[in-house]
Design a protein around this ligand. Structure first.
Ligand SMILES: [Mg+2]
Length: 170
């Protein structure tokens, strides 16, 4: 269960490749993926990225955060959003799978236990990105402890290593 691609951040992702391989719907995690946790104002570069992405894709936010935070960010970015998504649990992925063609969807996030495993368990494509910082809520810090163990194992198996970027999407 390793990501299909790994980029330093959302700005580095090869979106033209996503378009080429038939991706139509991109689902972004918010916290520490699009913006740092607790931040609500979005920088110009990110606003521009989303504006550009909307020309080629349906763009969504797919976050475990609460409604108020998610909808505030969604309004700023002018995209639709899923809040309280309960990643990695199946319920909300199922909603998406029922609505869209699986092969045309891709998920982007900064956490293995929620973003990557959630998508992979549902056989969905996922891109992993580095988190902004370590300022995270208690639940995330708990997930990070388990993530650390996985990353150790993956490094040993030589299947994934932090800061070794790759893209195996096809
Ligand atoms: Mg996150």
């Amino acid at each position: 269960m390793i990501p299909d691609a790994y980029y330093e951040n959302i700005h580095k992702i090869d979106y033209s490749k996503l378009k080429k391989i038939g991706v139509k719907n991109i689902f972004f995690d918010i916290d520490n993926t699009v913006i740092p946790y607790k931040v609500t104002n979005i920088d110009k570069k990110t606003l521009k990225l989303f504006k550009d992405l909307k020309k080629d894709f349906n763009v969504f936010l797919f976050s475990n955060s609460r409604r108020k935070r998610v909808m505030t960010i969604a309004k700023e970015l002018k995209v639709n959003a899923y809040y309280l998504s309960m990643k990695p649990f199946k319920k909300n992925y199922k909603k998406i799978i029922n609505m869209f063609n699986k092969n045309e969807c891709i998920f982007v996030g900064d956490q293995f236990m929620t973003d990557v495993f959630g998508a992979k368990k549902n056989r969905l494509k996922v891109i992993f990105v580095n988190r902004f910082n370590d300022n995270e809520p208690l639940t995330t810090r708990f997930w990070r402890l388990i993530e650390k163990q996985y990353l150790k194992k993956y490094k040993k198996l030589q299947v994934f290593e932090l800061n070794s970027y790759y893209d195996r999407l096809k």
